[in-house]
Design a protein around this ligand. Structure first.
Ligand SMILES: [Zn+2]
Length: 425
């Protein structure tokens, strides 16, 4: 590790990163708790806490209840010491935000946007939102940027790889584009992974159990958090289940170019094609087409809520198909929670009811024990929150933190941090 020369070597500063991480994650709140949690001596802990306070990353905040002797001082992580930019691109919308170092959103903006407009226009648009939010919040340069995209991302390079619904993006490096415009480290991930990360960390029931997150909207995907970490696999492709082969029906042509994919049978776009073909059978669909000339998923969702027979037939069938695949995944990885997110939540509780019933019927007894099947709880903000958390986690991991902690901020270290964190991921 000779490349990490400086007043603090990686080995020496590892306890500092650990101390900050324990306070940041809420696992320790006082110096005695840090001693217990780390097994390090009181002297080392005292030194490291002073360093962290000097660096502006921890602060003292009142007194903890006494456990007998003197009341220990409470420590808190200074989430306001810096901020990150976060963005989540969906197929047809984007959410862009500025967040603090706890990944909590300070300002955000949501807009309909088609990624089919291509990488340059889309990224310019993201940049305009970032710059606007920067003006609005009057915060300086971001410490890092996290961004999610609706396609497969090679996590180590931040490049899209053959994304089925993003024409013109194949091989495009979201990371390089943002690095050229902001001197900040950038981490890029698949949108569903970030939804899983956001929901696992900040959702209604953050209980630490493993979580399988299923996104069902225009497309279908999954994200898995195991022991607090996203499972990305070797290159970042884990969870990309939308193009799993589920039928030999050659008529089920997928947007990826293959036939018989899960998405070709049960995704929002496939459902919309069938709903349009059969619209005459449904008063709700017929009315929507007369009004606008075409159907949208919002129309289908509203028709389901209004108990339209055809809408319920199509959505119920999609729910059963996706649940069958999800049940197989539950049997494989045995999560504590199976969370459903994406545009499908706009169908009221109908999809979730069908989905849950099939899941509980199809999973093995042991995998089903205590399995919670529920809807995502963050009103569609879990993805952008996950993007912020992605950036923060990579700034504060044991590989990157030693590089910048003595300066009190990672500004100016972008290239190093990017490289070091790849070794950690
Ligand atoms: Zn496909």
């Amino acid at each position: 590790m000779t490349e990490l020369q400086g007043p603090l070597t990686a080995l020496e500063s590892a306890p500092l990163a650990l101390v900050i991480d324990l306070v940041r994650s809420g696992r320790a709140r006082t110096r005695p708790e840090l001693v217990t949690a780390t097994g390090l001596s009181r002297k080392i802990i005292t030194q490291r806490v002073e360093q962290a306070i000097d660096a502006g990353l921890l602060a003292e905040d009142g007194l903890a209840p006494s456990s007998g002797g003197r009341q220990p001082r409470l420590l808190r992580f200074r989430a306001d010491a810096g901020h990150v930019y976060a963005a989540l691109l969906g197929a047809s919308e984007m959410t862009v935000a500025v967040a603090d170092l706890d990944g909590r959103l300070i300002e955000d903006v949501h807009e309909d946007w088609s990624v089919e407009d291509g990488p340059d226009e889309t990224m310019e648009h993201v940049r305009r939102h970032f710059d606007h939010l920067a003006q609005k919040t009057r915060l300086g340069r971001p410490w890092a940027i996290g961004i999610g995209v609706p396609g497969p991302v090679d996590f180590s390079t931040g490049r899209l790889v053959a994304p089925p619904i993003m024409p013109g993006w194949d091989g495009f490096s979201v990371r390089s584009w943002l690095r050229d415009h902001y001197d900040a480290p950038v981490w890029v991930d698949n949108d569903v992974n970030l939804m899983a990360l956001g929901e696992w960390t900040r959702g209604s029931a953050p209980d630490g159990r493993d979580m399988l997150f299923m996104k069902v909207g225009t497309g279908v995907g999954a994200g898995l958090v195991v022991r607090g970490r996203l499972l990305r696999g070797q290159r970042g492709a884990a969870g990309d289940i939308g193009h799993t082969h589920i039928t030999d029906d050659p008529a089920k042509v997928c947007r990826c170019g293959k036939t018989g994919c899960l998405e070709a049978v049960a995704s929002g776009w496939a459902l919309l094609i069938e709903a349009t073909e059969r619209a005459a059978e449904s008063p709700a669909f017929s009315a929507a087409i007369r009004r606008r000339g075409h159907l949208t998923l919002a129309d289908v969702g509203a028709a389901v809520v209004a108990a339209d027979d055809l809408a319920r037939e199509l959505v119920g069938r999609a729910a059963r198909t996706i649940a069958t695949v999800a049940a197989n995944l539950v049997n494989f990885c045995n999560p504590g929670a199976l969370v459903l997110g994406g545009g499908v939540l706009r169908t009221g509780g109908y999809f979730l009811d069908v989905f849950r019933e099939v899941i509980l019927r199809r999973v093995t007894d042991l995998a089903g024990q205590g399995l919670e099947v529920r809807a995502a709880s963050m009103d569609h903000m879990e993805g952008v929150t996950g993007a912020a958390l992605l950036a923060v986690e990579h700034l504060f991991n044991p590989a990157t933190l030693p590089r910048w902690v003595e300066d009190g901020s990672p500004l100016g270290h972008a290239a190093d941090l990017q490289r070091l964190s790849n070794a950690f991921s």
